[in-house]
Every structure is written in structure tokens, then in C-alpha cells.
Design a protein around this ligand. Structure first.
Ligand code: NAD
Length: 252
């Protein structure tokens, strides 16, 4: 595999989750120093240890992304140690399911805190460093549902639409500083969370796969490959793009 991220430092929020795990492993396998930023400290540490065991470089930031001060402290810890921040992957997200009347105000506000506000705070902490360094790449994990809403997920879909809009705005404002900002918009991806949800609803993976023209839902590694491409020097003119990765599945 190419070493596109040798001597580069990458932050991955939600790094201990299904897609985040694959993103962290992908960057580490290409030479990056990876910071696994997640509130699940045990899972983050297990992943970082597994990356180090495989010969890669990783450490953790065990933090709650709802805490803006914790975000700024975490980024300061990295830069005070003399590391650059070359890539920021705002990947953490939660999915509070339900139509309007099925949601509590707490569901709504937590969805915005984790899915949107945390990206604002993380970017405020990181962008000045990227400006001083002469550039960087930010890849946000939005969702296909932020562009084409699936029914019964109004909080999730609205936050992901906000992530898409935020991505385009940030890209326009900082392209002049050679900070490229893009978003991936996955359809259904086979993560532990999705599989446990299948168990809850009684649907099978085969049923879900049959809905996708490509024949199956996505794999976390496929999203990770796209994230790494967008963050790499192979994509110098991709800036402000929202890339769907869906196996051609339409939202129904
Ligand atoms: N799985 C899918 O089918 C799918 C499809 C489209 C988009 N996405 C998006 O991909 C991203 C990753 O999803 P996933 O399926 O890997 O989810 P996941 O639940 O497996 O992982 C999310 C991670 O974020 C962390 N996290 C949540 N809240 C946090 C907080 N307040 N502070 C710090 N960490 C926090 C969790 O601990 C977890 O490790 C999300 O933004 C999600 O919306 C997922």
C-alpha cells in the first residue's frame, strides 16, 4: 500500500466506532500518526494498541465531543507536543431515530451537539494550525440521508444536511489557505451498530443487501479508502465536494 501519509498526523473523531476504526487503520497503514478521538476510551485504546502492534503509530484522545473545552485541550496537547495536524476527519455521529413527534427535545439537541457543534469546535481548534502550516485536509462524514432524507430520521437527516452545508462553506472560506474540505456521504454501511440494529428490527442483512443495485451494502473499509483519497495529495482540486458512496442505492 502507498505511504501517502508518512510524517503526517491525522485526527479521527469517533475513531473507535465501526467506520472510524477502518479510517484509523487505513491512515496508519499508509504511514500516518493517528489520533483516535472518542468518548469510548477502552475501545479507542484497544484500537491504538492494535495499530501499534501492527507497526503503526497511534494514540488516543479520550474526550466527549460535546465539551468544547475538551476539544481545544486535546488539539493543544497535540500541537504543544510539536506535531502538525495534517488531516482532520470529523467522523463521529449519533443517530436518534424517529419522526418529529417521536423525538424528545433532548434527542434533537444531542444530535446537533455531536453531529454538528463538535465539528464547529474541532475546526475552530484545528484550522488556525493548518493555516500556519500552509494547508491541510478536512474530511467530514455526512450521510446520503443528509442529501436525500430517509423517512423517520428527521434529527439525524437534518444534522447531516448541516454537515454537508458546513463542508461547502468551510471549503469556500479556507480554500485560499490550501485547506481542502470535503465530505463523504455513505449509504448503509455494515458496521457493528447496523448489525445490532438489524437484530433489533428482525431484518436480515440479506434483505438489506437486496435493496442495493450493487448487490450489497457498503463496508467500512470502502468508506475509509474514499476518506483517505480525499485527504491525500491525489485529490488536490477536490474542495467543497460531497461524495456519495452508496452502491447506487436510492433512498426510499
Ligand atoms: N453506519 C452507517 O450505515 C452510516 C451511514 C452513513 C453515515 N454514517 C456516519 O458515519 C459515522 C460513523 O458511524 P458508525 O456507523 O461508525 O457509528 P458508530 O456508532 O459505530 O461509531 C461512532 C463513534 O462515535 C463515538 N462518539 C459518539 N458520540 C461521541 C461523543 N459525544 N464524544 C466522542 N465520541 C463520540 C462513539 O463512541 C463511537 O465510537 C457517523 O457520523 C455516522 O452518522 C454511518
Amino acid at each position: 500500500m502507498a505511504n501517502r501519509f508518512e510524517n503526517k498526523t491525522v485526527i479521527v473523531t469517533g475513531g473507535a466506532g465501526g467506520i472510524g476504526d477502518a479510517i484509523c487503520r487505513r491512515f496508519a497503514s499508509e504511514g500516518a500518526f493517528v489520533w483516535v478521538a472518542d468518548s469510548n476510551a477502552a475501545a479507542a485504546e484497544a484500537l491504538a494498541a492494535s495499530i501499534r502492534d501492527a507497526g503503526g503509530q497511534a494514540d488516543i484522545g479520550a474526550l466527549d465531543l460535546c465539551d468544547a473545552n475538551a476539544i481545544h485541550d486535546f488539539v493543544a496537547e497535540i500541537t504543544n507536543a510539536g506535531q502538525t495536524i495534517d488531516v482532520l476527519c470529523n467522523n463521529a455521529g449519533i443517530n436518534r431515530r424517529g419522526a418529529l413527534m417521536e423525538l424528545t427535545p433532548q434527542d434533537w439537541s444531542l444530535s446537533f451537539k455531536v453531529n454538528v457543534d463538535a465539528i464547529f469546535h474541532m475546526c475552530q481548534a484545528v484550522v488556525p494550525h493548518m493555516q500556519r502550516q500552509g494547508g491541510g485536509a478536512i474530511v467530514n462524514t455526512a450521510s446520503q440521508w443528509g442529501l436525500h432524507p430517509a423517512p423517520g430520521h428527521i434529527a439525524y437527516n437534518t444534522t447531516k444536511a448541516a454537515v454537508a452545508a458546513f463542508t461547502q462553506n468551510l471549503a469556500r472560506d479556507y480554500a485560499k489557505d490550501k485547506i481542502r474540505v470535503n465530505a463523504v456521504c455513505p449509504g448503509e454501511v455494515r458496521t457493528p451498530m447496523l448489525e445490532s440494529n438489524l437484530a433489533r428490527t428482525g431484518r436480515s442483512l440479506e434483505e438489506l443487501n437486496a435493496l442495493v443495485p450493487y448487490g450489497r451494502i457498503g463496508e467500512p473499509e470502502e468508506v475509509a479508502a474514499l476518506v483517505a483519497f480525499l485527504a491525500s495529495d491525489e485529490a488536490p482540486y477536490l474542495c467543497g465536494s460531497l461524495i456519495e458512496i452508496t452502491g447506487s442505492q436510492a433512498v426510499a
